[in-house]
Design a protein around this ligand. Sequence first.
Ligand SMILES: NC(=O)C1=CN([C@@H]2O[C@H](COP(=O)(O)OP(=O)(O)OC[C@H]3O[C@@H](n4cnc5c(N)ncnc54)[C@H](OP(=O)(O)O)[C@@H]3O)[C@@H](O)[C@H]2O)C=CC1
Ligand SMILES: CC(C)(CO)C(=O)C(=O)O
Length: 299
Amino acid sequence: MRITIIGAGSVGMLIASFLAEQNINVTLIVRRKEQALEIQKFGLIRKNLDGSFYTAKIQVETDFSSIKEDSLVIVAVKYGQLKPLYKTLKTLNIESPLLFLQNGLAHFQEALRLPQKTIAFGACQFGAEKESDHIVVHRGQGVLKLAVEKGQKELFKKLASTLDGKIQLVMEEDAEQMLFEKALLNCFINPITAIVQMKNGQLIENQYTYQLLLNLYDELMEAFPEKREDFQFEDVKNLCIKTAANTSSMLSDRLQMRPTEAETIIGEVIQRAAKREKPLPTLTTLYHLLLAIESGEKM
Ligand SMILES: NC(=O)C1=CN([C@@H]2O[C@H](COP(=O)(O)OP(=O)(O)OC[C@H]3O[C@@H](n4cnc5c(N)ncnc54)[C@H](OP(=O)(O)O)[C@@H]3O)[C@@H](O)[C@H]2O)C=CC1
Ligand SMILES: CC(C)(CO)C(=O)C(=O)O
């Protein structure tokens, strides 16, 4: 199996490192020459949950023309970085399977407009944190849910067995529902960690943020009662526990003064609730706070 990963950030580097450890032929596509040089010079280093290290020798490219026709292409950039990438993805072989790993919902319909015959989506429930251009820290054990929206499933089943023991890959049937459920989980963790600047685990240790999580749960389940059975408050707590040491991707964006994925995660959930005439006052307040922080508006 040949795999190309576009985007050597937290998620891209972590997955590349686990794949390389399983002797998979993996190539990372990065957009900065200095990152390519750093990974070539030092290798790709993963800091494990138990404090040990793993160094992988990995092929790094800055040029999309290096993507081999028979390669599975995993897209591991942020949602906001996808727009300029679609143009390039369109030019890849239509037989090349694509796997999108973004949080949120906005990319779902957009990705399906690409000409490739096989398009799959993933929802990562592990924690990953890029420490430098060649070091990634595994910040929490968690599954990678994967659903093939169109095309071949076999390849992904093979990927699941290859990664087994490193990252647990769970195949799902309905990609949009999978992304929606992950977006719901992110609505609990991402905005509060980004606004209050705390690690995921602190959310359930602090009485005030814990109360906010409970309020969010009540209003989200009121808006989407059909989810109540499969989506327990325990699931939110468990994700906070499993990724306790992680800096959420939204907090990471905030700390690096980059745009967050508020729109594709929280904005999309608020819109879906609005269609049912269900206001989400707590989530909307968090959303507006985030947007205010991002736009830099201060009194
Ligand atoms: N981090 C986490 O724990 C989790 C993240 N996610 C989701 O995974 C997705 C990826 O997040 P994450 O890995 O944290 O994000 P990062 O910002 O860490 O990584 C994104 C990477 O993509 C690179 N990139 C952007 N555009 C291109 C391009 N055109 N060609 C090549 N590389 C490109 C960036 O390069 P550069 O450095 O040059 O800007 C950056 O290294 C997000 O949707 C996030 O919400 C989901 C679960 C957990
Ligand atoms: C799984 C989790 C909550 C890990 O922090 C995540 O999805 C993120 O940071 O965006």
